[in-house]
Design a protein around this ligand. Structure first.
Ligand code: ZN
Length: 365
């Protein structure tokens, strides 16, 4: 079947890309993990480039403070408090209607990553925490799916395309004429995820829009090489920069696999994937908010019924995806966002204990 690729003319002119590259791209699936500052840029670039299917997974909704850097969203999305994955899907449909976009409004965790990432040709990192990155890394190594890591905070950024070492050593990137192109994984480089609260976050030090955009565009470029089968062109070093000081580095990482004893890609133990599900309480990066998943999928939530109950306490708005209530209690103001599957985000606190008590009081234990 011949397809009309004329809109991609400027891309097909690139060396080694051509109509063949475009066709491969149109038949591929990219899974974007998180749709904030990194994820919106990645999804935008990949949709414009003509990837066949984009799966976008994000747990959050659009707010005004996102608009400084999250390029797919606008003021109307924030006013409507649309889930980010859904707002991105709507925007991307207007940018390139040939791309199939699956918008998944959920928290990515050990219990659902196998389902959501199925069929992925690449995982692209738009995450805001290391625990979930290690989960993605586990999935990538276990299933032999490339994973492009990226992170940005303050004025700094880092990114690395991971082509995993597979069990049988027979992935396309391991069978290149010029030798295997497999790279270290995230756990080869840093064996454990840093404990929560020990790393600077967008919450504590802010984030420069252009720093995020550089990381995300580097990720998108690596993803395009991977999806078109140009594994020999994948950057083997880790990008690391600080835009404020002007430092720009390419760190050599290959030895981390050879000399290390990585539990993930050498011993093939997938500790993050195999389930430490966590407490169900997560403080969200860049927000004075806590996410609660302790009651997720414990039974269908009737948003209309809860909305009617909460109206006595403050302003309540609902849409198809969620309910939002403004609650004043003991002189403090909270904003409770409740999704239809029982997941909630409590804004106005960073303490899990306080968020749990707000949830218990207004939604139920
Ligand atoms: Zn490893």
């Amino acid at each position: 079947m011949s397809r009309d690729f004329s809109r991609y003319h400027r891309q097909m002119l690139l060396p080694g890309f051509g109509e063949d590259g475009q066709r491969r791209l149109a038949e591929s699936t990219a899974v974007v993990l998180g749709c904030g500052a990194l994820g919106t840029v990645v999804a935008d670039m990949l949709a414009r480039a003509g990837v066949g299917r984009l799966v976008i997974i994000d747990r959050d909704f659009v707010e005004m403070t996102n608009l400084q850097r999250q390029v797919l969203f606008d003021e109307a999305d924030a006013a409507e408090a649309l889930p980010k994955a859904e707002a991105a899907r709507r925007k991307l449909a207007r940018i390139n209607s040939n791309v199939t976009v699956d918008a998944i409004v959920d928290d990515l965790n050990a219990g659902n990553i196998e389902r959501y990432a199925e069929g992925a040709d690449v995982l692209v990192d738009g995450l805001d925490n290391f625990e979930t990155r290690y989960l993605a890394n586990d999935y990538a190594v276990k299933h032999g799916v490339p994973y492009v890591y990226g992170g940005a905070v303050g004025t700094t950024g880092a990114a690395l395309a991971i082509l995993p070492h597979t069990e049988r050593g027979d992935a396309p990137w391991e069978r290149s004429d010029s030798g295997s192109k497999a790279t270290p994984c995230l756990r080869c480089l840093f064996e454990e995820a840093p404990p929560p609260g020990t790393m600077p976050t967008c919450d504590t030090v802010g984030v420069l829009g252009p720093a995020v955009a550089i990381v995300a565009n580097f990720e998108a470029a690596e993803a395009l090489k991977i999806l078109t089968g140009h594994f020999d062109r994948v950057t083997p070093t880790m990008l690391s920069f600080d835009l404020w000081t002007g430092s720009m580095l390419q760190l050599k990482v290959a030895r981390a696999y050879e000399t290390g004893k990585c539990p993930c890609c050498k011993e093939r133990r997938f500790e993050y994937l195999e389930g430490r599900l966590g407490s169900g309480t997560t403080t969200l990066c860049g927000r004075d908010a806590v996410q609660l998943t302790h009651r997720q999928n414990a039974g269908r939530i009737d948003l209309a019924e809860i909305a009617a109950r909460l109206e006595a306490h403050g302003k309540v708005t609902t849409n198809r995806f969620m309910l939002r209530a403004e609650i004043a209690e003991n002189g403090r103001r909270y904003e409770l966002t409740l999704f239809t599957d029982g997941r909630a985000i409590v804004k106005g606190t960073r303490e899990g204990r306080v968020a749990r008590s707000v949830y218990a009081k207004y939604v139920g234990i």
